[in-house]
Design a protein around this ligand. Structure first.
Ligand code: ZN
Length: 258
């Protein structure tokens, strides 16, 4: 097996300049610099607020006892509502505006890519932007964190969001354990058709995102703090470091070149 190869920011800038279709696959690490700790990490909500992911994100548990999910959501919304995108989020938005970025595939539910200006964002695990009443089937679109905050606050303690029409239980379109991820076939197609794949802030430990890098032989740059579950290969480059530091340098190298 070959040794993992690294890639300097100036080399990354060159690859970006020559790429026609870049796809970014992003995970929790891209948002930690914005102040959203990885749920699973030492500062994440599973640890600091003692949320049990099996109770929070398991669909059967949600239907029986939705308060676990809504207690988590209350904490999550409080944590993310005023958060701004990072330098790396903005760098990806600029790449889309300029043309070479075909899209972002994200494991995150924090909506920061759209806030940065990306329009082509595939949210594998869904988000709080849309929701469905579990009882009458009413759909809720374009929801803000403020909407959730208000709805959860208006409910009893522990907070639960209810449908204004029928008082049924509302479930945001977040993918729970045991539910199919959103748009996986589309994500696979995007990765297969790109000529540069950026895997940013994901340890690639969570399925099915962890399978996506295997869908391409295109140059793949993996940047994450800590280990990544992807073996070295001639077309793969690995950097263990801070995303914003790296892309600040890449942006400087690109300068007025684009
Ligand atoms: Zn309803």
């Amino acid at each position: 097996m070959p040794e993992p190869q690294s890639l300097l920011p100036i080399q990354c800038a060159e690859l970006i300049q020559h790429a026609n279709s870049i796809v970014a696959l992003t995970g929790a690490g891209i948002s930690t610099a914005a102040g959203i700790p990885d749920f699973r990490g030492p500062r994440g909500l599973y640890v600091t607020r003692r949320h049990d992911p099996e109770k929070v994100f398991e669909i059967g548990a949600f239907n029986r006892a939705p308060q676990h999910f809504y207690e988590f959501s209350n904490d999550f919304v409080t944590e993310v509502k005023d958060v701004q995108p990072t330098l790396t989020h903005k760098f990806l938005a600029e790449l889309e505006r300029q043309g070479p970025l075909s899209g972002v595939i994200t494991q995150n539910i924090d909506f920061l890519h759209q806030l940065a200006g990306n329009r082509k964002v595939l949210e594998l695990h869904g988000s709080y932007r849309t929701a469905l009443c579990q009882y009458c089937g009413r759909r809720f679109e374009d929801l803000s964190y403020g909407w959730w905050e208000q709805n959860m606050n208006n409910s009893a303690t522990p907070p639960i969001a209810n449908c204004p029409k029928c008082q049924g239980l509302i479930k945001p379109d977040i993918v729970f354990f045991g539910e199919a991820v959103t748009g996986y076939a589309e994500a696979e197609r995007m990765v297969a058709e790109c000529d540069l794949l950026l895997v940013l802030g994901s340890s690639l430990h969570v399925s099915p995102a962890s399978h996506l890098p295997y869908s391409t032989q295109a140059t793949t740059l993996v940047i994450n703090q800590g280990t990544v579950a992807l073996p070295p290969a001639p077309h793969r480059y690995f950097m263990d470091g801070d995303l914003d530091d790296y892309f600040r340098e890449v942006a400087r190298c690109l300068g007025g070149a684009r």
